[in-house]
Design a protein around this ligand. Structure first.
Ligand code: AMP
Ligand code: MN
Ligand code: MN
Ligand code: MN
Length: 276
């Protein structure tokens, strides 16, 4: 089965509306889709309805921004109940800092000769409260200071670069708690992106599991091919399930919906006990 359990819509930093993401997923052969917008549940109702119309299965999801020992991590909540108050309230608090951070990013970019990026990023965002580095990256591409999203991040938006402003997100324990309260399953997104040493990764996995985390992404648009095997081994070592998701953000940006290889059959998939 083609399951894609990680993607974004205009409810956070995706380029397509929730219903358009679902229709595109169906057209690309996805049979089970989770919409996992950053710190935001607003797109789920529209996507769920579109999935019904398109005849594919839909999973309510979210991708929570977490700060763990100074490192930003992303934790997916899959099969969450979006009406659960504990989760909704927690996410509200996580979102609260975005606008101030965006203003600080814009000031910082202005100091290196790029004015107007706050308004510019806003034009690419549906919801000002969800302003993300992705919206700044789209603006930097639009005005031609970089040629693509990748260089926008690399040159301006990652730690140590002029547009980067550190931010404090949710604590790991909190995020896991909210996901469990909403009846969901927690999956660590794209573990290969965090540049952790093997020791730090083990420490993270133990904490994640102790807090009720159930799986890690093995096949994701953020992993190079050799990282599939690496994180399959990490999943096996820590007795965690494995997940697969494109992390689709928009046409022509990164990996297409449903397009990645299947999970290795020896792994225990996060959907093992789902009725599909
Ligand atoms: P934010 O939550 O505002 O810090 O933005 C994080 C988002 O930026 C991620 O969800 C990705 O969509 C995107 N992103 C982060 N790093 C990169 C990168 N190196 N290349 C492309 N997109 C990235
Ligand atoms: Mn994103
Ligand atoms: Mn992510
Ligand atoms: Mn994502």
């Amino acid at each position: 089965m083609n399951l894609d359990l990680h993607c974004h819509s205009t409810a956070s930093d995706g380029a397509l509306a929730p219903a358009a993401v679902v229709r595109r997923a169906a057209a690309h052969g996805v049979e089970v889709l989770a919409l996992t917008d950053h710190d935001q549940l607003d797109g789920l109702a529209e996507a769920r309805e579109a999935a019904r119309a398109a005849g594919i299965k839909f999973v309510d999801g979210v991708e929570i921004s977490v700060t763990w020992h100074g490192v930003t991590l992303h934790v997916l909540g899959l099969r969450i109940d979006p009406s659960e108050d504990i989760l909704a309230t927690g996410l509200e608090a996580v979102r609260a800092g975005r606008l101030g951070r965006a203003r600080a990013m814009a000031r910082s970019l202005e100091s290196v000769g790029i004015p107007g990026s706050f308004q510019g990023a806003l034009r690419h965002a549906e919801n000002p409260a969800m302003l993300s580095r992705t919206h700044f990256a789209r603006y930097l591409v639009e005005i031609g200071v970089v040629s693509d999203m990748r260089s926008a991040f690399h040159r301006y938006l990652v730690a140590g670069k002029p547009g980067y402003v550190p931010h404090r997100w949710a604590a790991l324990g909190e995020a896991l708690c909210w996901i469990r309260a909403a009846g969901g399953q927690a999956v660590l997104a794209h573990p290969g992106r965090y540049s952790l040493s093997a020791g730090a990764m083990d420490k993270l996995m133990m904490e994640f599991r102790a807090g009720g985390g159930e799986g890690i992404e093995v096949v994701t648009g953020s992993h190079a091919l050799d990282q599939y095997a690496l994180f399959a081994a990490v999943a096996a070592k820590h007795d965690l399930a494995a997940s697969r998701g494109s992390d689709f953000h928009g046409p022509g940006e990164g990996v297409e919906l449903g397009a990645l290889p299947a999970l290795d059959a020896r792994l225990c998939p996060i959907w093992q006990h789902w009725e599909l």
